[in-house]
Write a protein that binds this ligand. Structure first.
Ligand SMILES: C[S@@+](CC[C@H](N)C(=O)[O-])C[C@H]1O[C@@H](n2cnc3c(N)ncnc32)[C@H](O)[C@@H]1O
Length: 281
């Protein structure tokens, strides 16, 4: 069965307006596989009926569930490895020198999903405890998905999840086995503050950040939305602040005030961009 043109239009429109995520017609099968269970729970026969129900008054709960079901929450500990090595060996030591008087640093994981990314940073800081003695390092982790944030806050991961990217020493040092699952230690969990935030809406209330990780989420947005989000992030960062994007993402061509660090893929410095802006809508 495939989704009718009208239903696809309604569902893609809902997703775009609520999350900024853009879905092409080639994603109809993806939509269908994610949304059939939502339709079934709502006792609707198919996706077309789900789309029709979303147009009716009082469908707010269904709309939230529909958007949640279509978000890609894929993540794992120390994803791609290199950005975390960069943080540990270069970005954070430089900021530690710059901020040595205040001893205060703020890090934001802007699409944190189920928590593996901010917890990877928290474990890194705990493992370098001597270097960070006397420091107040805040890690703020946000996501649009309430369901992902609930899982992140619990800090409980399956055997499969801890086998993806997490070194065995980190597993033994920071997790406790609970039945068939692994629970992160209280020390690591308390280092990260989770909050719901939609990148498509204002996030200025989160305050200023020295380091922003916005990885593997901008690729779902169109150029105008990417440029808007990055420009608003830039306003929250000092000129020596650093932005880390995912391997398939870039600021180039978006006309935003970040400079690529050509030696380190995925790393961008706040401050005048050295390439002309050619942002398109
Ligand atoms: C593929 S995961 C990336 C997780 C992590 N940053 C990483 O690289 O492993 C993308 C996340 O972006 C979130 N997301 C999608 N649209 C969003 C929006 N408008 N605002 C905030 N988060 C959003 C999804 O819920 C999902 O958890």
């Amino acid at each position: 069965m495939s989704i009718g043109e009208g239903a696809f239009h309604i569902l893609a429109g809902l997703l775009k307006s609520r999350s900024g995520v853009v879905l092409g017609r080639d994603k109809a099968h993806f939509l269908e596989s994610r949304l059939l269970p939502v339709a079934a729970r709502a006792k609707l026969p198919d996706i077309d009926a789900l789309a029709a129900a979303l147009l009716r008054p009082g469908s707010e709960g269904l709309a939230v569930e529909t958007v949640e079901a279509t978000l890609n929450n894929e993540t794992y500990f120390y994803r791609d490895a290199a950005p975390f090595e960069l943080l540990r060996n270069s970005v954070l030591p430089a900021l530690r020198r710059e901020r040595r008087a205040a001893r205060h640093l703020r890090i934001w994981c802007a699409a944190a999903s189920t928590g593996q990314e901010p917890y990877s940073i928290a474990m890194m800081l705990a493992d370098d405890a001597d270097a960070w003695a006397g420091w107040n390092v805040e890690i703020v982790a946000t996501d649009l998905s309430r369901r992902a944030l609930d899982r992140a806050e619990a800090g409980v991961y399956s055997q499969f999840e801890v086998q993806r990217g997490l070194p065995i020493q980190a597993l033994l040092r920071h997790f406790d086995k609970e039945g068939g699952h692994w629970r992160l230690s209280r020390d690591i969990r308390r280092r990260v503050r989770f909050r719901q935030a939609n990148l498509a809406q204002s996030f200025a209330h989160l305050g200023a950040f020295d380091v922003v990780l916005c990885r593997n989420v901008l690729m779902y947005f169109d150029a105008a939305a990417k440029a808007d989000i990055l420009a608003r992030m830039r306003q929250m960062m000092p000129t020596d602040g650093c932005l880390l994007l995912g391997a398939a993402e870039t600021v180039l061509g978006l006309g935003v005030d970040f400079r690529p660090d050509w030696d380190n893929r995925g790393l961008y410095r706040a401050g005048a961009a050295d390439l002309p802006a050619v942002a398109s809508a």
